[in-house]
Ligand binder design. Sequence first.
Ligand code: SAM
Length: 170
Amino acid sequence: MVEIIILILLVGIFFTFAHGAISGAPWVPTGKRDVERFLEIANIKEGERVYDMGCGDGKVLFACAKKGAKAEGFEIAIFPFILAKIRLFFCKEKKNVKIHYGNIWKWDLRGADVIYIYLMPKAYPRMKRKLEKEARKGTRVVTYCWPIRGWESSLKERNENKLGFFLYEI
Ligand SMILES: C[S@@+](CC[C@H](N)C(=O)[O-])C[C@H]1O[C@@H](n2cnc3c(N)ncnc32)[C@H](O)[C@@H]1O
């Protein structure tokens, strides 16, 4: 009986990871130093609303909340989502962080001042259309690793591992 429960749990976890990987990207967290760099590049200010499109374990959200921003994320893979909720429990700025279990493609982006995107490049054309439809004028968009094709970035930067940030303003 215990084996069956464990098997069901493992299969469930596998499928949520697979779902994330297929519909956006697998869970690969942004490195600690790059999170700090993101805060600088996006120029996160107190009271601003920051959305993380597939928030993983929430590390970007918690860093933004420390800066006084209101940080919000959706996550579809159950394991990082639970991790994010556990981290939220211990977070000093928890009133500034919202973590939802769900699909980013169903999330309305109108409320954001800053949007952080770290997905697979295959998801970017769809994300570009969504941003063009929903994001408010003036919203800052930062992508990690890959640019949004067809948009001119106001800043491009690559770290020592050749991973980069691209900053856009809608
Ligand atoms: C490359 S990871 C980045 C995680 C986090 N933003 C960070 O920088 O540490 C992409 C995350 O997006 C999640 N994801 C992919 N597709 C998604 C979708 N359709 N809805 C919600 N989350 C999704 C994945 O499960 C994964 O945790």
